[in-house]
Design a protein around this ligand. Structure first.
Ligand SMILES: Cc1ncc(COP(=O)(O)O)c(C=O)c1O
Length: 406
């Protein structure tokens, strides 16, 4: 059966019935397809109980659905259920690794390598680790085309004390798709592990965690058409087995004595407390939705939109685009500056016509400093967007220019 064109899917998103809405902020959070809302409602209306505890049928149903969601999510990203941990979001997933792996494996004089384009979620946890252990942070630069330098990575890796290279798969500001195969291969050759922040990548391009060979791959449900409150950490089994727990409490233990405890197997070891059951079920429905479309089709559609938008935006007077010039080198998002207009004004004026674009530092202040701006505007594209949405954006920017003049 032929896969439907993604743009025919706008009716699958109830919120898009809102009059005139042009939603171009999916990189911040994606809108939710009806199927996700239905799956969560079904769980809560008909199968709700706490998981991994009760032995009555309702509790077994809830547990089965939660664990089936883990299997579903793992299959989508080329991982396995045993190597898939549900967290609150990607931020918590990275904190889990920085704490549980980091405190056991990083010491004074060791180095963690980051890039200047990282989201704060992939900076601050490592800063906290460095402060606690006496390790230091090294940053890879970004060139004028929004790209990292592999030569610089090689140079940094000459310091044999690098323990971890933590990098975004797709930058949430520049859109750059980073060359993960080379980064992972070179890091491993130097004895370093890798953590990939896949928050933007999983909803936008096909991702196969096993084929990539990343040690840890973290992402977040709400940007992948799932609900807020659920994220995912994939980790190599032997690493997860060897790591101490991150959070302590119920569900993550085998036995608890007065002064010590023994821990459950992975993934339970890293899922303290009642997990996000309905959210995991909703995320699995979002993954079904993406898989039915086919990630190759999703990528092709969003690549078309990005190429169209790059051309259209380049014709707007006073507009500068940040990041790679080629659409093929980017994910489905474009950050830009409009001369004479602050990004918050751009966003507010566009918002008067229900055109939603993000304004701000995008939780990437080190990168903003490199760009020499406190903030940018950012338009991002999803399966439900069309070229007409981009035309509406360009018309709106014309109105912004008319207000701020030349
Ligand atoms: C690349 C990247 N990393 C991390 C995050 C943080 O996501 P969350 O707030 O869901 O943890 C975001 C979202 O803004 C992002 O774009």
């Amino acid at each position: 059966m032929a896969t439907p064109a993604p743009t025919a899917l706008a009716h699958d998103f109830p919120i898009l019935a809102r009059d005139g809405l042009v939603y171009l902020d999916s990189a911040a959070t994606a809108q939710k397809p009806r199927a996700v809302l239905d799956a969560m409602e079904d769980l809560l209306l008909h199968h709700n109980a706490n998981v991994h505890r009760g032995t009555y049928p309702l509790a077994v149903e809830a547990t089965d659905r939660y664990e089936a969601s883990r299997e579903r999510v793992a299959r989508f990203t080329g991982s396995s259920a045993r190597e898939t941990i549900f967290t609150k979001n990607v931020t918590e997933a990275i904190n889990l690794v920085a704490n549980a792996w980091g405190r056991a494996n990083v010491g004074p004089g060791d180095a963690i390598v980051l890039t200047v384009m990282e989201h704060h979620s992939n900076i601050v946890p490592w800063q906290l680790l460095a402060e606690a252990t006496g390790a230091h942070l090294r940053y890879l630069d970004v060139d004028d085309d929004g790209q990292l330098s592999l030569d610089q990575l090689d140079e940094v890796l000459l310091d044999r004390r690098v323990r971890m290279v933590a990098v975004a798969h797709i930058s949430n500001v520049l859109g750059t798709i980073n060359p993960l195969e080379q980064i992972i291969e070179r890091s491993h050759a130097a004895g370093a592990l890798t953590l990939i922040d896949g928050a933007q990548a999983v909803p936008q391009i096909p991702v196969d965690v096993a084929a990539l060979g990343a040690d840890f791959y973290a992402w977040t449900g709400h940007k992948a058409y799932g609900p807020t409150g659920v994220g995912v950490l994939h980790g190599r089994r032997e690493l997860l087995d060897a790591m101490p727990p991150f959070l302590g409490g119920g569900s993550m233990i085998r036995t608890v004595e007065r002064d010590h405890s023994t821990y459950a197997e992975v993934p339970a070891k890293f899922e303290a407390g009642t997990p996000p059951v309905a959210e995991a079920v909703g995320l699995a429905a979002a993954i079904d939705f993406l898989d039915d479309l086919g990630m190759e089709h999703v990528r092709a559609h969003e690549l078309d939109l990005s190429a169209y938008a790059l051309e259209a935006l380049a014709r707007v007077p006073g507009l500068t685009i940040h990041g790679p010039r080629e659409a093929a080198a980017r994910g489905a998002l474009i950050s830009f500056a409009l001369a004479g207009a602050h990004p918050h004004d751009v966003s507010e004026i566009l918002g008067r016509d229900e055109i939603c674009v993000r304004a701000g530092h995008h939780c990437a202040q080190p990168l903003m400093r490199l760009l020499g701006a406190p903030a940018t505007s950012r338009a991002s594209f999803a399966v439900h967007n069309s070229r007409e949405d981009i035309d509406r954006l360009v018309e709106g920017l014309g109105r912004v220019n008319a207000i701020f003049g030349d």
